[in-house]
Write a protein that binds this ligand. Structure first.
Ligand SMILES: Nc1ncnc2c1ncn2[C@@H]1O[C@H](COP(=O)(O)OP(=O)(O)OP(=O)(O)O)[C@@H](O)[C@H]1O
Ligand SMILES: [Mg+2]
Length: 224
């Protein structure tokens, strides 16, 4: 049975992500202090504060999922700063382009949106798997989502598989040397530290599993 993710689910996801980032801000700061310049927590929190304000604005015109995600992209690009702002912006912008005008999204479409988002990040930042960046958390999640979608798995199962894959990818960054961003200047000294961007990105997938994964089968949703 095909399940549909509504605009309300996407809003719930973004609010849950904002809350999550605020809860782990200190952890992101500490991780970035170890292999970067200690600003990832503050950068992301600033973006999430602004995002919450945008989502709460009654004048916000977002009638479809694409428009909502475009607003997210613009908000993050203009407020997060650093390397992460344009990368998260690219993710949401490309994901938005995959669902122009859509008021609901299926798992197959969601997998396409996440793949497009990953491509946007890679076009912008040129990072590959194992470069010790947020790509290391996102790419395994996208692959898991695509596999689950191809198998016709229920949405919640697919998103939980993506969450597990993203978590493993995030932890895998601990053993890696960095090839992108400030951490690459450290050479082997970056080994032993989890990548801050992979940590914030894991939160994006985790909160997606918690919120988008709760979407009801289309037939149930329409009966409400
Ligand atoms: N080229 C890249 N591609 C993908 N992710 C990247 C790239 N460069 C940095 N990152 C991610 O951004 C995170 C750091 O984001 P932050 O908000 O601290 O910005 P920053 O201090 O300007 O980054 P950096 O010092 O790494 O360039 C890293 O942990 C990494 O995951
Ligand atoms: Mg930094």
């Amino acid at each position: 049975m095909s399940q549909e993710i509504s605009l309300a689910h996407f809003r719930a996801w973004l609010l849950a992500y904002a809350e999550h980032i605020e809860a782990i801000e200190a952890q992101l700061t500490d991780l970035d202090a170890a292999i970067g310049d200690a600003d990832h927590g503050a950068n992301m929190r600033r973006g999430m504060e602004r995002l919450r304000a945008r989502l709460a604005d009654p004048g916000l015109q977002c009638d479809d999922i694409g428009a909502l995600l475009r607003t997210v992209a613009m908000t993050l690009v203009s407020t997060v700063g650093g390397a992460a702002g344009p990368l998260y912006g690219a993710f949401f912008l490309r994901a938005a382009q995959e669902c122009q005008g859509g008021s609901v999204v299926t798992l197959v479409q969601l997998a396409r949106m996440f793949r497009a988002g990953l491509q946007g990040i890679q076009q912008r930042g040129k990072a590959q798997l194992n470069d010790k960046t947020l790509v290391d958390a996102l790419e395994p999640a996208v692959v898991a989502l695509e596999k689950a979608a191809a198998e016709g798995a229920p949405l919640a199962v697919a998103l939980e598989a993506a969450r597990v894959a993203a978590e493993a990818g995030m932890r895998h960054t601990i053993g890696l040397q960095a090839n992108r961003g400030r951490a690459s200047y450290l050479g082997p000294r970056a080994i032993g530290h989890q990548d801050p961007g992979a940590t914030s990105l894991y939160g994006l997938i985790r909160t997606a599993a918690e919120t988008l994964g709760a979407a009801q089968p289309a037939s149930l949703a329409s009966r409400r």
